[in-house]
Every structure is written in structure tokens, then in C-alpha cells.
Design a protein around this ligand. Sequence first.
Ligand code: THG
Length: 281
Amino acid sequence: VKTRLAGATKEIFIGDGQPTRLIGERINPSGKRKLSEALKAGQLDLVREEALAQVQAGADILDINVNLFGVDDKKLLSEVVHLVMETVDVPICIDSPHPETIEAGLKACSGKPLINSVTGEKHSLETILPLVKQYGAAVIGLLQDDQSIPTTPDRRLAVAHHVIERAEALGIPREDIVIDALVMAVGADPQSGSVTLETIRRIRAELGVNVVLGASNISFGLPDREVLNNAFVALALGAGATCLIVDVSKVRPAVLAADLALGRDDYARRYIAGYRQRAAR
Ligand code: THG
């Protein structure tokens, strides 16, 4: 399937022969002291810089998350969405655990955004899916149920089936659902990577929908994170992931290499262009 997203002027497609799409993860205060302070103070220059830098580095979509303790995140998200959309033309991904905040982001944006996210939990399905339908957005479906992430591919597939079924019952087309296969730290659970890879293969084979992954969770708590992240990204793309939530400048070289090795880059055009762009900086 092919998922269409749109920014203010630019549309992009995920899946169905497209190159791997990259969602820039850096507009997110988690673990970033400077960005947290700036967001709390309503100082948005840093957000503008991150938006420009990520698109420059090859981001196809920008994730926007302003989840911070003690701020009016509805107001802040809507300001940041306006700012990002006037700065760059790529589609955005509205990332919040709060449905009211997601709705504020939807109201502030033009085009067709991606909502991050709905889960298999009752409350999430009941509050998020109607927003997806009402605003004509696409949505990331997290394979999470009752606050926990199933540890077997079978149970993860059951959550994916359930999310898709509930969405289709509301008239949301299946191509507007991108399933997040979820990967946990392999340092804590040795089978975490292999369960995620098998889940990706089965979602692609049995459901056919697009698959996204926030790949860097794999390396939490381990040294030399970039090496592990890049190796896992290549495996995830081989298993069928079509979109990644990543720090684009760090991961894009390996993504271009994997796309080329998997026969998704005719004449190595994108691989060579990516190399030239880095060499010129
Ligand atoms: N799936 C979906 N959405 C997601 C995730 C996912 N959103 C959030 C997250 N995972 C992806 N985004 C981030 C953002 C930041 C970091 C990791 C993933 C991160 N930050 C550094 C830290 O916390 O130490 C700080 C980085 C820096 O300063 O440069 O690692 O899986 N659907």
C-alpha cells in the first residue's frame, strides 16, 4: 500500500516502491535540556533551526513533540506546528500522549499529517480514531495493549489486526494506518530485536500495511549506540519496514546503503547523491 502525507505545499508517499521515508525525531524535548528550557520559555528559534537542519539532512517528515511537565502543551504544540509549517514544506507527524493536544495540532496544520499515535487500548482507539477520520489524517498504530507491549509476534499481530479493524469500521482506509512494530532495548531483552523483525515480516505479509520503527530504542543502555542502530536499521529495512523515526543526519547514510543493497535505488542515484552532499559540507 501507499500512504499519502502532505505538508503546506509538498506531498510524499510511504511504501509501494518509494525509498525508505525518514521522520526526523529531533523536535522532542525528551533528554534535551536546552530544547526543554527554550520550549518552556516560549523561545522557538531552536525549533526553527532543528526543522531546517533536519530537512537539510534529508528528513521527509518532521515529528513534533512538545511533551513537557508544566506547560500548556495544546497552545505550545499549535505554535510549534505553525512555525514548522512556515519554515519547511514537509509533512508533519503530531506526537503526543494527549488526544486534546493532538487535536490542537491538527487544527493548526494544513495538508495531511501523520498522528503519533493510536494504540490497541480501548481509550486510545475511542479518542484518537475519530480524530483521524474527522481531520482526514494518517495515523501510527503502536502494537501496545493494556499499557504493555506483547513479547511475541503472534500477540503483536493480534493488536495490529484489532487496530486496523477498528479503523476500517470508522471508514479510515487501511493505507492511512502505519504500524509501529516497536523495538525495546536489546540489552534488557536479548530477543527484543528478533521479535520485532519477525513482527515486521508478518505485518507486511499478512496485513500489507506500511511499517514504521523508532529504531534507536534497540541500543538504550549500551555503548557505541550508532553502530547498533545502523545495523538494526538495515535488518529492519530488509524485513520490510518502509519508514523510520530517527536522528536523520546520523542514520541516513546507512539507510541509503540498505536501500541500494535491497534493490530500491536504481543506478545508486540516491546513494551517490547522499555521499556527494555529505562530502560537500
Ligand atoms: N515510535 C513512535 N514514536 C516515537 C518513538 C517510537 N516517538 C518518540 C521516540 N520513539 C522517537 N524520538 C526520539 C527522540 C529522542 C531520542 C530518541 C527518540 C533520544 N534523545 C536523546 C536522549 O534521550 O538521551 C537526546 C538526544 C540529543 O541530545 O541529541 O535519544 O519508537 N511511533
